[in-house]
Design a protein around this ligand. Structure first.
Ligand SMILES: *[C@@H]1O[C@H](CO)[C@@H](O)[C@H](O)[C@H]1NC(C)=O
Ligand SMILES: *[C@@H]1O[C@H](CO)[C@@H](O)[C@H](O)[C@H]1NC(C)=O
Ligand SMILES: *[C@@H]1O[C@H](CO)[C@@H](O)[C@H](O)[C@H]1NC(C)=O
Ligand SMILES: *[C@@H]1O[C@H](CO)[C@@H](O)[C@H](O)[C@H]1NC(C)=O
Ligand SMILES: *[C@@H]1O[C@H](CO)[C@@H](O)[C@H](O)[C@H]1NC(C)=O
Ligand SMILES: *[C@@H]1O[C@H](CO)[C@@H](O)[C@H](O)[C@H]1NC(C)=O
Length: 476
């Protein structure tokens, strides 16, 4: 064999490269998203568990919460339907009891955190407090009275969590009645304007019972009552999940029929109302241990944000800010990779949303929006942000031809250490992202380039084209 042939063969095997082209020039703006598109949650179960290691007085927590602002912080979850607000009790019942108490201090801490961080609180009332077949609002009234007295201003209220799993305890029609009662009670309590949000149906898998529950609820009057229609979404339970599931495009694609059915039902049965994922993460039941909180979880998260915006949702609430295997903050209150991903997303991604797709390489997922020009990074109107994931095992050459500009500013994410996909850290352009101190977030520094992007295997990133002068992005 000649030396040249050998070198050629080695090159082909070593630099196994796939090539794609992203056509932004002809991409159409198909949706708008609001500045509060991405929010976070805290599970009501944390109250029963005495907040574990979460620390309301920590400056670090406040700094990290501010990074998520402006947005919503929702407190709810399965445990919310066992919770009773208690003005006097100062000792929580055991979490094994049917009910546990949310103390005044819990409510004070939550409200102070959101006020200081610039977040909007959403609270889920316990719908399983019932009397004569109806929701019993006595406890809710106590909470609202205290809320008004303290001048707290939650942005929204919900009633019940995943009612499709109540085994028929509350029918769709009855739940619609209960929501009407909720709206009346909150309105007459004297709190400032608020959103009525629900019914937080668990799942939207076509053919399952969940879509029927949602449809029946909306048709029974629920669609008129709520301002925001919500469902929850997980790719499946966290129990039998393996690392491979996090980079499997078949798993990513299972979200598509769910989001499409949800948007269709929401738009048809509750026209002009917003449609949100009211609680979502990678895998349910707390997520997959040692995977859902690692670098690799970013593929499911970023792809879900892309699909949600593109296919017509107005909000996505990430389960959860702290707690569980899928948390944005770890038990030491340090950011996990998905915290950084969310932060970068909020800084760079704006509105409207473009209909970009590429079909050359199934292992590359691409989305594009106008750049967020109001963020501290200070991009100018006309800029466009592409976000892209390579879930394949070879480098992809990504050509983004733009006649007006070749210059790109890149924010490329890769595993933070030798643990690779299960790293607890993430690198931005080769440097591990860390808090410099408890009071500030690090600067997010792009790499400038005029060359074709070579996106390595299992990397993801954001590419800003500051001089794109894209017409739809010129309005601020
Ligand atoms: C997005 O909002 C802008 C400004 O309100 C509006 O002109 C445009 O038509 C909207 N785009 C879509 C796709 O709805
Ligand atoms: C919570 O944070 C405060 C302020 O940083 C600190 O003084 C306190 O010790 C922390 N509490 C716990 C339980 O770690
Ligand atoms: C609050 O707790 C006290 C003491 O355990 C109890 O007597 C009272 O009934 C509770 N109130 C509510 C609303 O559950
Ligand atoms: C999950 O794994 C358990 C034990 O390994 C098994 O019994 C169960 O059938 C699996 N469930 C699914 C949905 O695959
Ligand atoms: C853009 O950045 C601003 C300032 O940080 C923020 O208020 C807004 O939420 C961001 N927009 C989006 C769509 O995330
Ligand atoms: C990219 O091209 C522009 C225009 O030719 C040039 O001014 C700039 O220095 C180049 N940037 C890089 C990083 O090569």
């Amino acid at each position: 064999m000649s030396r040249h042939l050998l070198v050629f063969i080695l090159l082909v095997f070593t630099y196994n490269v796939s090539c794609i082209t992203i056509d932004l020039e002809s991409a159409q703006a198909v949706r708008n998203v609001s500045s509060k598109f991405v929010g976070v949650t805290l599970d009501a179960g944390l109250i029963a568990k005495r907040w574990k290691t979460f620390n309301f007085t920590s400056q670090k927590v406040l700094t990290l919460a501010k990074g998520m602002s402006p947005s919503y912080l929702r407190i709810g979850g399965t445990a919310g339907d066992r919770m009773i607000f208690n003005m006097t009790h100062d000792q929580r019942n055991s979490p094994n009891h049917r009910h546990y108490a949310m103390k005044v201090a819990d409510w004070d801490n939550l409200n102070h955190l959101v006020m200081n961080a610039g977040l909007d609180l959403i609270f889920n009332f316990n719908v399983l407090l019932r009397k004569n077949g109806n929701w019993d609002p006595t406890n809710a009234k106590e909470l609202l009275e205290y809320t008004v007295k303290q001048g707290y201003k939650p942005a929204g209220y919900e009633l019940g969590n995943e009612p499709n799993y109540f085994r028929g305890a509350v029918s769709e029609k009855q739940l619609a009645k209960d929501f009407a009662a909720l709206k009346n009670i909150v309105s007459s309590s004297g709190v400032p304007p608020f959103l009525t949000i629900g019914p937080d149906v668990g799942g939207m898998l076509p053919g399952s019972k969940a879509p029927t529950f949602l449809k029946n609820f909306l048709e029974a009057g629920g669609g008129d009552v709520v301002d925001v229609v919500t469902v929850h979404q997980y790719y499946s339970t966290g129990r039998n999940v393996t690392l491979k599931d996090f980079t499997d495009r078949k798993v990513l694609d299972t979200f598509i029929p769910e989001v499409d059915l949800f948007v269709k039902t929401c738009n048809e049965k509750a026209p002009n109302k917003q449609c949100w994922l009211g609680e979502t993460s990678s895998f349910s039941h707390g997520g997959a241990p040692h995977i859902s909180d690692r670098y690799v979880a970013g593929f499911l998260w970023l792809d879900k944000l892309g699909l949600s915006a593109l296919r017509g949702l107005q909000g996505v609430l990430r389960q959860q800010f702290y707690g569980g295997n899928y948390a944005l903050l770890d038990t030491n209150l340090n950011p996990n990779p998905d915290y950084w991903l969310t932060l970068i997303y909020k800084r760079l991604v704006g509105s409207p949303v473009f209909d970009v797709t590429q079909t050359t390489d199934h292992n590359v997922r691409v989305y594009a929006h106008c750049t967020n020009v109001s963020s501290s990074i200070g991009y100018k109107p006309g800029s466009i942000t592409v976000y892209i994931m390579n879930i394949g095992s070879v480098t992809v050459s990504v050509d983004i031809p733009f006649s007006s500009s070749k210059t790109q500013q890149r924010y490329i994410l890769s595993p933070g250490d030798d643990n690779g996909l299960t790293s607890q850290f993430v690198k931005l352009n080769g440097n591990v992202l860390m808090l410099p101190n408890d009071n500030s977030l690090p600067p997010l520094i792009p790499v400038f380039s005029n060359d074709t992007l070579q996106l390595k295997a299992y990397n993801m990133g954001f590419v800003v084209i500051p001089d794109a002068m894209k017409a739809e992005c010129m309005q601020t």
